[in-house]
Design a protein around this ligand. Sequence first.
Ligand code: GLP
Length: 237
Amino acid sequence: MAEQHTKSERLRRHLVDVIDQGLEPHSKLPTERDLAVEFEVSRLTVRRALDRLEHEGLVYRVQGAGTFVAAPRITKSVELTSFSEDMRTRGLEPGSSVLVTETIPAGARLGAKLRVSPSDDVFHIRRARTADGEPMALEDSYLNPRLFPGLIDNVGGESLYRILETEYGMRIEWAEQSVHASVLEPEQAELLDAPPFSPAFFVSRTSYDAQDRAVEYAESTYRGDRYHYEFKIHRSR
Ligand code: GLP
């Protein structure tokens, strides 16, 4: 048993090296049978190695077609950037389709986030975000209509942060953000073109301007197979 683990681990590392050395995303790996013959191991050993690579998001399988190299993940640094900025940094063209625009009563939870009373109205904008046309995230943004009159009729495919800056002179200066692991509900999975219940990051962010006014509260669900988070951390004294 242990022997088989060692062999599959060795094969896994070899495949990681081959992928890192420049296999193009979506290129096909040799079949399980060919790998077994080439590395003189059993099919079970090959399957173990591929299972781990799949869990790590380095490859994906298509039933009946084989195993393919996955596209690299988007690096999300923990800086105060917009979705559009993150995509442009990666050389990808950001896009969005607006799924919902509505005005709803804040209620207690959103009221507390946006510092308005529960009976006040808030704007809700739901967007599917894309990179070079590929769905990446779903974002629900809530904003205070008193700060952004008419905003709801202005949102289209372009950057929300840009509209806030250019149309309303509102610059977001800081934010509180939390991230937790999640899975895509079937309805979200369909919108994101991913399998139901596949892993996701759930990110909530309350953004403030320089006067500490709550500008936006947003809940975003990012595809877990297309993102990773990167931190610069400092040792505390
Ligand atoms: C990030 C934030 C959202 C914000 C969005 C704005 O994704 N988590 O809170 O709404 O950026 O992005 P853009 O300016 O591209 O619309």
